[in-house]
Design a protein. Structure first.
Length: 243
């Protein structure tokens, strides 16, 4: 299903409830009645094409918004991505951490296994934080500066220097490492957990890990499939302006 602006948002959510945190990041809160996407975007001052692009990218993994890529500014996308970083680091990761830390009270699992899980999770967390910091300190500011240069026609030397030092294509490979680590963490529980009287505390953690993985993979796909092509197009444009 392609999500379109004439659709009622409530129908879309009934169809795919994983979109609730996504619409929330745009400032749309529950209780929106029978309003269409278009109506809600206007009311909340949201760029409709951008909103649809993000919803469709989360909803359909094959979706690729080629013809809409140029119709919203990269800075809008960067703002959205920053908000989802905040959601991972301030909400999801601490929630999972809490579940892991409270395991000794909830299970008869041996201490060795619990320590292994705890250590593995904190390594994963560090890797995720490093990736996010790198995006926020390096990649995103570069993109915002580049967009300013394209629209004003004034190209500071710093932008060219950054273009020479760092091509956006290197950036895609980074996502795979973070994803692998989370996959390994899930496997410690799925494949190698020693027998225990009560599996339920581990089900809960797994469920949260799957949900985080799902959201993060969508996030990275948006960075790879929407942000990167936009930046590549800007890089080409700036190179042609220099000539
Ligand atoms: Fe990101
Ligand atoms: Fe990323």
């Amino acid at each position: 299903m392609l999500i379109q602006k004439e659709m009622k948002l409530a129908d879309v959510i009934h169809h795919d409830h994983f979109l609730i945190p996504v619409i929330n990041r745009f400032g749309i809160h529950l209780g929106f009645g029978d309003k269409t996407i278009d109506e809600l975007c206007r009311e909340n001052d949201i760029n409709t094409i951008f909103f649809l692009t993000i919803l469709n990218a989360y909803h359909d993994h094959e979706y690729f918004p080629k013809k809409h890529l140029q119709s919203f500014p990269a800075s809008l996308l960067v703002n959205y991505l920053l908000k989802s970083h905040q959601y991972y680091l301030d909400e999801k990761v601490p929630e999972i951490e809490k579940l892991i830390v409270s395991l000794p009270d909830e299970t008869d699992m041996d201490n060795g296994t619990l320590t292994l899980l705890e250590n593995f999770f904190s390594e994963y967390k560090q890797e995720l934080i490093n990736h996010i910091r790198r995006e926020e300190d390096l990649v995103y500011p570069y993109i915002v500066e580049m967009e300013k240069a394209v629209s004003s026609g004034v190209i500071p030397d710093s932008v060219f220097k950054q273009m020479a030092d760092y091509s956006i294509t290197d950036y895609e490979a980074e996502h795979e490492n973070v994803e692998e680590k989370l996959f390994d963490l899930k496997n410690i529980i799925i494949k190698y957990l020693p027998e225990t009287k009560d599996d339920r505390p581990f089900f809960k953690i797994l469920k949260e890990l799957f949900a985080l993985e799902n959201d993060l993979n969508d996030h990275s796909r948006i960075e790879d499939l929407i942000l990167v092509p936009k930046v590549e197009a800007m890089e080409r444009k700036l190179k042609s302006m220099k000539r």
